[in-house]
Structures are given as structure tokens and as C-alpha cells.
Write a protein that binds this ligand. Structure first.
Ligand SMILES: [Cu+2]
Length: 168
């Protein structure tokens, strides 16, 4: 009887482990600057967007929606271009909104600036720190630990059952 319970609870643990490893994290949609949108001076001051980003957790799959009125654009740039407000040649413009979805495997710093006039120098720049999300279930390697534990438990289980019989 004791041995049977041991097997059942071990199986239960494996089921729990499988459920935990297939848990999906929900992507979050952010509107950059919230109601202020994506704008330049005099509406915002230097550091405005990093204050907005402070305390938020960004993960791969999250999206950043830039919404603006008037003449602005969004350039995704390097750290150096962010710091120097480089007027890079590649940016998104057109319409009055742009949504950037962080790659699912994103991690580390991502930098966004507006290259119109001196908007970037005036604070229309955003740096976010993307934390890598939980090990993705779509990765090839993700099922390996589960298989390894399965193999381990089938090797350990007879010994556990034997021990319970000895205790009886
Ligand atoms: Cu601008």
C-alpha cells in the first residue's frame, strides 16, 4: 500500500512539473509615455521616457506602441546612437503610430529615439532593459530536462518502492 502511494505521488510530481514547464507568459502591450504619447519638447523633459519605463518589466514578445501627433518618427538604434542622438537614416515614419514587438528571445537593452530636429536631445528617447523571459517551450532544448527527470525517476522509483517495503 505504501509503495503504491509513493508511485502515485511521484507521478503527480511529474505532472506538476510538466504543467509548470508549459506555462506561457502573457505578452504585455505598452503605450510609450501612456497618455503623453511619443512627443518631444516642450511637452516632455529629458528623462521623461526613462521615468516612464522605470519600474516596468519588459520581456520578449511585449509590444511598444508609439503614438504621436505632428512631426515625429521612431528609430531603433544602438546605445551609441542613443547617447549621441545620431540622426540615423533608418527610422519608422508615416501615420501617427508605430508598434514594435520585442523579439521573443529579446534580452538586454533596446534603444529608441526620434530623429526629428532636436527632439532626441530634448528627451524624446527611450532605453529599456528587456529581461529574458522564462525558458520558452518552443525552444528545442526545453523538453530535455523533463525527459531527463522522467528517466531519473524510473531508475529511482524501484529503489524507493523497495525502501518502503523494507520499512513495512
Ligand atoms: Cu520627435
Amino acid at each position: 500500500m505504501m509503495g503504491r502511494q509513493g508511485v502515485v505521488s511521484m507521478a503527480g510530481l511529474l505532472v506538476l512539473f510538466a504543467l509548470a514547464s508549459t506555462r506561457t507568459t502573457m505578452a504585455t502591450d505598452y503605450t510609450v509615455g501612456d497618455s503623453m504619447g511619443w512627443t518631444g519638447p516642450p511637452n516632455i523633459t529629458e528623462g521623461f521616457y526613462n521615468d516612464w519605463a522605470a519600474g516596468k518589466t519588459f520581456e520578449g514578445g511585449d509590444s511598444l506602441k508609439f503614438v504621436w501627433n505632428g512631426s515625429h518618427n521612431v528609430a531603433i538604434v544602438s546605445k551609441e546612437d542613443y547617447e549621441n542622438c545620431t540622426k540615423v537614416s533608418s527610422y519608422f515614419i508615416g501615420g501617427s503610430a508605430f508598434t514594435y514587438t520585442l523579439p521573443s528571445n529579446a534580452s538586454g537593452m533596446y534603444y529608441f529615439i526620434c530623429t526629428v530636429d532636436s527632439h532626441c536631445e530634448g528627451g524624446q528617447k527611450l532605453a529599456i532593459n528587456v529581461t529574458s523571459s522564462e525558458p520558452s517551450t518552443t525552444d528545442d532544448g526545453s523538453s530535455a530536462p523533463l525527459l531527463a527527470i522522467g528517466a531519473l525517476s524510473s531508475a529511482v522509483l524501484p529503489a524507493g518502492v523497495l525502501l518502503l517495503h523494507l520499512l513495512n
